[in-house]
Design a protein around this ligand. Sequence first.
Ligand SMILES: [Ca+2]
Ligand SMILES: [Ca+2]
Ligand SMILES: [Ca+2]
Length: 456
Amino acid sequence: MALATSRSNLGRRVGFATIVALVGACGGGSKPEPKPAQPEILAEGRFDDSRLGTALALVRSDEPAGVTLFASAVPLHMPYEPAELLPDPLQPAGADGYLLRFSGERFATVSELPEAKLPENSNRGWSMVALGDLDGDGHPDLAVGVPRLLFMPCLDSKEPSGLVQVLSGRDGKVLFELTPTTPNTRFGWSLAVERTDTKKRLAVGAPSALGTGRVHLYDLRTRALELSIDSPVKGSSFGSTLAFVGDWNGDDQGDLVIGDSTEEIDGLRSAGRVRVLDGATGAELASYRGTGISSFYGRSVASVPDVDEDGRRELLIGIAAGDLPDKFCGRVEMIGSRNGDVMWSVAGQESEELGYSLTCVADFDDDGVDDFAICSDRDKARDVYTGSCWIYSTRTGDLLDNVPGETCTSMRLDDGTILLVTGASGESPEPFAKHGRVRAFTYPPATPGSRRTRAK
Ligand SMILES: [Ca+2]
Ligand SMILES: [Ca+2]
Ligand SMILES: [Ca+2]
């Protein structure tokens, strides 16, 4: 497999304490072989620009198959850098999006959650996370971001402000809503959930395009706002990406990693920064930064389990432009928590913008450590907008698989099978129609000494 070879060579790790020389900026290498079409397509968007697969959430349920999938269709993508919205473009009216719920054996039961009755172009479903069962009815629930909601009646502002809806996973009814306290915040642009034995918290990013980005932390049991964290710098997109990173400072509270890919640093416009912040107080625990103009460091963030053996999770950071801003190859780094070194790095090819999304996934190589996926919204091999999703081993940095998709979610089932679901919101039967597509891939349990391979 040419792709596997090429990518493995690009993403090389040379020891936990050693800074990796950045290899293969803008990739190169042989053009990978396109894979045959996969038979696991779950659904396609219903109309032009419906963009099904923009966000996905996979969660355990009490149903016979034990798992439920939610997928959003969000017409009219927003630019993914909030600063690009200056001045705020008046987008043309478009069809409303929708949310699908897949359940049952092989997700054969598909239903649409009730319409939100929100204004057009609210972008409901731009972000989405599974919360587990909040209302105790045995069905998993979910939070859905509506960051572009206009004309909030509670606010004396016509600027986009946003909303987060917490929906019943059973019937899609709104259990409760979270609203911003200030206008023009794009509240709900990003979401992350912390679920431990004692805590269930939701982080909501509000990367205001005009002011100062802010991240809010809610206790999902009481629905109370626990903490609001403001960006330390003005005019940035603080909170455009975020993830929980486990407990970094040993106070038994989950901490946050927050990306701000448009932060100007030392006169370098949109160099970008990623911060680790105390989830109890908002205090800064660590910070990592881009080093070039328009590198957009922190365009995506995620955390993966501890592999440098200091007890803290490592960081994955997407850098939209990578090392050559005009080529938009993109790059992804794994930062070790022990000493802040780059443990591993991989660069994309021209226009690939590697790191469109980063996700911690199940343990694909069965080494006891959950692995990660790097997705791009382009697929250079196929030259279409199917996206490309690469699964890497967290422990070894080896490439494990490559499937279509620009977003993904995964889960290991009780029988050892791993389920991987990907979304490709830009994919369509005709060029530029952007119906969107959602696929599922099944990986059988690994046999001792072997790696998982996808079930055909
Ligand atoms: Ca902590
Ligand atoms: Ca660590
Ligand atoms: Ca693993």
